[in-house]
Structure formats: structure tokens, C-alpha cells
Write a protein that binds this ligand. Structure first.
Ligand code: MOS
Length: 771
């Protein structure tokens, strides 16, 4: 059942600048051996002489001021070097306020200046850090620090605060809503309608590598090993907080053990490890416990959503209403774009979308794989299924009858949209026609069997990237860009792209990444990294070939004399005039010119004119987005088995068909898409952060009580990509990181409804909700 995405059925099409020998092949990842043999070093695995270890002390109240700290017991533990609190910590600069004029300000996960204040803003906020010779001593001592507080009233209960939500304000990057026509009136007048409420719980980050930092000061120079998704933001943030020049800070992150948004912002553990190293004059490492991650790193907001749909008898939507309430923290957090997919998925005549917010005294929420669409598609795609039931229509047929030609809210064109094709292919491969629509009508022994579908949707983005490419006389190529490898295969993909652009073997290309001393790259976020780096990489390769041609033309005797770049193709390690024409290898060009290498750089280094470079890029991007709607989409097909006696739900079969533009590497793309589906299965069936409504304390901070899917919960997942390039994106890439988690929870809830006749609108779908 398990298979890699459809290998391109046609021959790999030529890329803009090369011959397509590497792009499209399901090559093994270049870092695979290092990872499987344990040679890859993660943030908490860097040895340093004299390394000390740090552990956090978490506030046990929700809001208030610290009135006293008794560290004597902790200080008496053998091996403890120091207990740092707000009473003895050196001053740091406060986190910069978030501003679109300075993108690295987005790194401020919270406005709290940890250990420079006696204020407590959430239950679990760090109030002290213990540094010791061993991690065990540090953790033990952290438990002995006694903190007293004067408590202040706190707002922590999301459900109770829902009625106090206020409309989200729109900004340059985020919109709080959209409106077309009069959706409420159309809903009231519709012959068939549904008007439904959905809720989703908070979810937390559980990357396989918990957050960890190793910090080393050498005078005023700082080196940080950290599994971050944005080394540039982290470097800039730490330079500012500790009052040293940006050039003095180096962030090294060659490997990141999963991140999903949870390692985009800078959280307390990172800052306090750097502070601890400053205070002790020693290299310091802090590896957060799972509990530490829950208490100090944001997660996905809970939500309450209304989706109301009105339709004519033939299924044509006359009204689509989607409103949401989500949470941010009093000290930070970005509003989740819960209605994002509802702007684009259905050709409703009247549309009303609105996002509302409550602010709680809680650790600020933070991006978590497809923030917004993950939970937004649960509500929208469940409601569409329910409308299909009300209409007596097949849920795929209902979707196809409402598939828009243009963007429903504003008539913009879609750059690329193949949802029809995804459903058609999926229905055939999954055997959708064998589904009998009546709930409870399909059985396998004692199990009720249900089949469900749902759409996946995620916008595609691009960010600025600086890339250099160097070609040496021996034919080897080095690509340098400070991007991130958190498991997606970025270095492998970029090596494939460079190999084709230059016409060299994949094996000849080495990619350097994950170091802030490299030309700065984009963060790994928004599913945008591969396309963003590829755009600059392709431009750099063109520039490099141009310089090599110029070099050849300048030196006598080259067969390339008189040739123009447009006449030439890059293949076989050189430039040639067509498939049979004359040409020569890069090695020959360099040898005749007496050079040992040639190099090209593209992008403005953010250390020079950073703000203007970023602004220029962003304004171009926003102009482009005023013309086009760009997104990845897909169709999920899911089969569940439900035990009618216990309410147990097993996902037994899965197929996802995705439109993610061109597929650079089918093996890695399939792996990413499967990972998103696994994460969605957790969202749908078992994951849920339990927050005590009296005090906001997270009650299940660890894998024993917060249940992520294990192998036994995950069926074979069949993934297919349509593999058709998006003509408006670099190399036709759309981005694959997030789309596959969207729609998953709805597909499961829809299948459960088909199996049992029970519609669960409150995630997760636990057995108690089916009995
Ligand atoms: Mo992401 S949630 O853009 O890592």
C-alpha cells in the first residue's frame, strides 16, 4: 500500500537552466548517513571544555509579582555554580516590539524580559535558572528554589472568555476577515443550510528533539548551538538583547530535530542559557525537559469556530460564513489565520469571514504546522461534509460543484489550482465509488467502517535569500546559504537544483547551510524555504555561467568564442552549443584562464542595508500577491474503523493527493507529506493540551499524558503528487511543509460520521464522544 509519490510519468521536464537530470529524482538525502549513524551533532551534543548545565525554575502562580526567592537549598546542592534570579541577573535589553519593518523582531516570542523583572505573566514562566556541573544537579537544585509571590487576578479560561473576544485587526501581512455580499441574509434565505459550532483544543509542540541551547562566550563574542528555524532572527535577537554587535554573534544549527514552528521564535531557555554563560564565564548547555517545552514554548491556540453554509438544492453555495475565536498571550503571540482557506476554497455567492481574539495570561501561542489552516479546515471541511449529507449529495460532488474559477472573495486569479484533478485521481485510486453513503452501512466484522474526504489548502510564500555558488577547477560546486535542515531535505533539494542549473552531477555539489556566518537565508517557515532558496540559487547559477562564458570568450582558443548565453546549454560539467554542438567543460575554461575557481553571489547580505533589502523584497512579494492567489492544495481520502462498543477509532487506510507544484525529490516530499498526515491524525484523535481553567496551568506537560500518534496509530499512507509546476513560482515549486496536515482532522471526523452517524465537532475525537 505504501508507495512514494507518483514518479513523474513523463520524462523529467527541463528546468529553466539545466537539463533536469537531478530534479525530480527520488535521491537519498545527503545527511542521511550522518543522522542514521549518530554522527550528526544536535544542539545539546556539542562538547565544550568546562561545559556547565542549566535548568529552569518555573513560576507556580499565573500572574503576580515575586516577593521573595530563597535559593539557599539549591545553592547547597553539590555542583551548583549559581542560582540566577531577577535579584542578581545582569540587565538585558528587552525584546524588541514586533514590527513588519524589521522582520527579525518577529523572533520575540514574548515581550517578557526574563529574570529582569519580578512580574509573572503565566503559570510556568521561568523565574530562575540554576547552573551546575551536571544536568542532574541543576535539575535537582531547581526543584529546591523557593519562590513566594503576591498573586494578581488572571484571565486563563479560554471557554469563559470567548464572549469577550474582539475582532482581529488587519495588517500588511495578515487579514482579520473578508466579506462579499450579505452572507447572513443569503443563509436565512437558503433552501438548505447548516449552521455549526466547532471547537479545537490547544496543542503543543513535541518535536523529537526538545529545545536545547549550548552557549559559549569568548569575551564579547558569542557562539550558540541551537536547533532553530531561523538563525538570522536568533542571531539578531541575541545581539540586541545582550548589547553586542550582530557580527559578534554566531548561531550554528546544522541539524534541527524537528521544529514545525516551535523553534521559529526565541523562547526563554535560549536567552537564559546565554545569560547563564555570561554570568558563569563558562560554556553552558540547557536541554529542556518535555515539561520545560510545554511551560516555556508556545503551542497552537485553542479555537471556537462557527461555519454556516447555505445552498440551493443543486448544491451551489449561496452563503459561506466562517468566524473564529482564538487566543494570544498577554505578552505576545500572533493571531492564527483560521479563516484563511475559507477565502479560497468555495465559489460561494456571499461570504463572511471574521477572526476574533481573546488575550489570556498564558504562554503566547506560536506557529505550529499550518497555523490557521490546520484547525480552520477542520471546521470548514466538516461543515461541507454535513451540508453534503443534508443535500443528499456525494461530498466530492458537492465540492466539485463549488470549485471556483477565480478567487471567491475578490476575483483574483489562481496561479495554479488542481483540486479537481486531485479529487479525480484520489477517488479512482482509493476506490471511492465502492462507498455506500448510508451511515453505518459498511462493516468489517465487528468494526463499523467509514470513508471520508476533505480538502487540504495552504498558501505558498517566498522570502529573501542570499546565496553564493562556487565552482572549482576540479568540477566541484559549493552552494552556501544560511537556511535550515529540520528534516525536510533542504540541502539535498538545493544540491539537485544546482546540479541541473550548472549541468554537473548531483554528487559534485555540496551545500553549506545552518550557520549564521553564511550568507543569510530565509527561515524555515511558511513552507517557503525551498522555493525561496531556489530562486536565488538559480539566479546565482545563471550569473556564474555568465562569468564562466565571459572568461572563456576572453581567452583565446575557446570553442565558446562568439557564443551568447542563450545559445548554450549547461551539461556534462560545462557549456555546450546545443546537444551536439561545440563547447567545453568548466574545468577547461578555468584552466585556460589560470583560475582555480569562479564564484557568483545573489541577494543583498542582510548585514548591509538589511531593512531596505527586506522591505524591497516584501513589497515586491505583496504586489505579486495582489495579482495572484498562490497555494498548495490537496485531497485527503481516509478510512476509519470504529468499535461500536468502546468508541475506539482506528485509521485504517489513507490516501493524499497533492498539488504542490514541481516535485524536486519524490522521496523527501512524500516523507514530509506523510509527516503532516501523521500530525493531523494526532490532532484529530488523541492530542490535547489540558489547561486547568482555574489557574491556567498545563496539566499534561509530557508524552505520558499528551498522546502523539505512535506507529500502531498510523496506517500505511499512500501519497501522490500531481507534479505540475506552478508557472509563477521559482522552478514551479509551491512548498510542501504544511499543506498535508490541513484537512486531516476533517477527513477523519467525516469518516467517523460515515461509520457511525455521529458527527463530532469538538476535537479530539475521543471514544467518550462516540458513546
Ligand atoms: Mo511553520 S508553522 O511555518 O514552521
Amino acid at each position: 500500500m505504501t508507495s512514494t509519490p507518483t514518479a513523474p510519468t513523463r520524462a523529467p521536464s527541463p528546468v529553466e537552466a539545466g537539463t533536469g537530470r537531478s530534479v525530480g529524482r527520488p535521491l537519498d538525502r545527503v545527511d542521511g548517513t550522518a543522522k542514521t549513524t549518530g554522527a550528526a551533532r544536535y544542539a545539546a551534543e556539542h562538547p565544550h571544555p568546562g561545559l556547565a548545565h542549566a535548568a529552569l525554575v518555573h513560576a507556580a502562580v499565573t500572574r503576580g509579582r515575586i516577593t521573595g526567592i530563597d535559593a539557599a537549598g539549591a545553592e547547597a546542592v553539590p555542583g551548583v555554580l549559581v542560582v540566577i534570579t531577577h535579584e542578581n541577573a545582569p540587565a538585558m535589553k528587552p525584546p524588541p516590539p514586533v514590527s513588519v519593518l524589521n522582520l527579525s523582531s518577529l523572533a520575540s516570542g514574548s515581550s517578557v524580559n526574563y529574570l529582569n523583572t519580578d512580574e509573572v505573566h503565566w503559570n510556568g514562566q521561568p523565574v530562575a535558572v540554576v547552573v551546575a556541573e551536571t544536568p542532574e544537579a541543576a535539575r535537582h537544585a531547581a526543584g529546591l528554589v523557593r519562590v513566594s509571590y503576591r498573586e494578581l487576578p488572571a484571565t486563563v479560561d479560554f471557554a469563559a472568555e470567548e464572549g469577550n473576544a474582539v475582532p482581529q485587526k488587519s495588517s500588511a501581512l495578515q487579514s482579520g476577515g473578508a466579506r462579499k455580499g450579505d452572507a447572513e441574509a443569503a443563509l436565512a434565505a437558503a433552501p438548505v443550510s447548516v449552521d455549526l459550532r466547532f471547537t479545537t483544543p490547544p496543542y503543543h509542540h513535541n518535536a523529537i528533539e526538545p529545545h536545547a541551547t549550548t552557549a559559549v562566550w569568548d569575551g564579547d563574542r558569542l557562539t550558540v548551538h541551537e536547533g532553530t528555524q531561523n538563525i538570522t532572527w536568533l542571531r539578531d535577537h541575541l545581539a540586541l538583547r545582550f548589547g553586542v554587535p550582530v557580527r559578534n554573534v554566531r548561531v550554528v544549527a546544522p541539524y534541527v530535530g524537528g521544529a514545525f514552528g516551535g523553534k521559529t521564535m526565541v523562547w526563554a531557555g535560549t536567552v537564559l542559557t546565554v545569560l547563564a554563560a555570561r554570568v558563569t564565564g563558562r560554556p553552558v548547555r540547557m536541554a529542556l525537559t518535555r515539561e520545560g517545552v510545554y511551560r516555556t514554548v508556545g503551542g497552537r491556540t485553542p479555537s471556537a469556530q462557527r461555519v454556516a453554509l447555505g445552498a440551493r438544492a443543486d448544491g451551489a453555495l449561496t452563503a459561506l460564513i466562517h468566524t473564529s475565536v482564538t487566543q494570544t498571550g498577554r505578552t505576545g503571540g500572533l493571531p492564527e489565520q483560521v479563516t484563511s482557506q475559507s477565502r479560497h476554497l468555495y465559489a460561494a455567492e456571499n461570504i463572511l469571514l471574521r477572526q476574533n481574539l481573546v488575550e489570556l495570561d498564558a504562554v503566547p501561542n506560536t506557529p505550529m504546522r499550518a497555523p490557521g489552516e490546520s484547525i480552520g479546515t477542520f471546521a470548514l471541511e466538516s461543515a461541507v461534509d454535513e451540508l453534503a449529507c443534508a443535500l443528499g449529495l456525494d461530498p466530492i460532488e458537492l465540492r466539485m460543484r463549488n470549485e471556483p474559477e477565480r478567487n471567491p472573495v475578490d476575483g483574483k486569479r489562481f496561479a495554479h489550482r488542481m483540486l479537481r484533478e486531485a479529487y479525480a485521481l484520489g477517488a479512482e485510486r482509493f476506490g471511492w465509488s465502492g462507498r455506500t453513503p448510508e451511515p453505518g452501512s459498511m462493516r468489517d466484522g465487528g468494526w463499523l467502517v467509514g470513508l471520508g474526504v476533505a480538502s487540504a489548502y495552504h498558501p505558498s510564500w517566498q522570502m529573501p535569500a542570499n546565496v553564493t555558488v562556487r565552482l572549482s577547477a576540479d568540477g566541484s560546486v559549493v552552494v552556501r546559504c544560511g537556511f535550515h535542515e529540520m528534516g525536510m531535505g533542504g540541502a539535498t533539494a538545493q544540491a539537485q537544483i544546482a546540479a541541473d542549473a550548472l549541468g554537473v552531477p548531483f554528487e559534485a555539489v555540496r551545500v553549506e547551510y545552518g550557520d549564521s556566518d553564511l550568507p543569510s537565508g530565509p527561515g524555515a517557515g511558511g513552507s517557503a524555504q525551498t522555493a525561496s532558496v531556489a530562486a536565488s540559487l538559480l539566479a546565482a547559477c545563471e550569473k556564474l555561467k555568465g562569468s564562466l562564458l565571459a572568461l572563456a570568450r576572453r581567452s583565446g582558443g575557446s570553442p565558446l568564442r562568439g557564443r551568447r548565453p542563450g545559445d548554450l546549454e549547461a551539461r556534462d560539467g560545462g557549456l555546450w552549443a546545443g546537444p551536439a554542438g561545440p563547447g567545453e567543460t568548466y574545468t577547461a575554461i578555468l584552466a585556460r584562464a589560470g583560475r582555480d575557481s569562479a564564484e557568483a553571489a545573489v541577494g543583498s547580505d542582510t548585514r548591509v542595508g538589511k531593512v531596505t533589502g527586506q522591505l524591497r523584497f516584501m513589497s515586491k512579494l505583496l504586489r505579486d500577491r495582489r495579482r495572484w492567489v498562490k497555494a498548495a492544495c490537496g485531497a485527503h481520502f481516509c478510512e476509519v474503523r470504529v468499535d461500536p462498543d468502546t468508541g475506539e477509532v482506528r485509521v485504517s487506510r489513507w490516501l493524499g493527493v497533492f498539488d504542490v507544484g514541481r516535485v524536486v525529490n519524490a522521496k523527501m516530499v512524500a516523507s514530509q507529506l506523510r509527516g503532516g498526515i501523521v500530525m493531523g491524525i494526532g490532532m484529530a484523535l488523541s492530542e490535547e493540551t489540558l489547561v486547568d481553567p482555574r489557574n491556567g496551568r498545563i496539566m499534561n506537560p509530557g508524552l505520558a499524558d499528551y498522546h502523539v500518534p505512535v506507529h500502531a496509530d498510523v496506517p500505511p499512507i499512500d501519497v501522490h503528487c500531481l507534479d505540475v509546476p506552478d508557472p509563477t513560482m521559482p522552478l514551479g515549486l509551491i512548498g510542501v511543509g504544511e499543506v498535508s496536515v490541513t484537512g486531516v482532522a476533517a477527513a477523519i471526523a467525516n469518516a467517523v460520521r460515515h461509520a457511525t452517524g455521529r458527527r463530532v465537532r469538538d476535537l479530539p475525537v475521543t471514544p467518550d464522544k462516540l458513546l
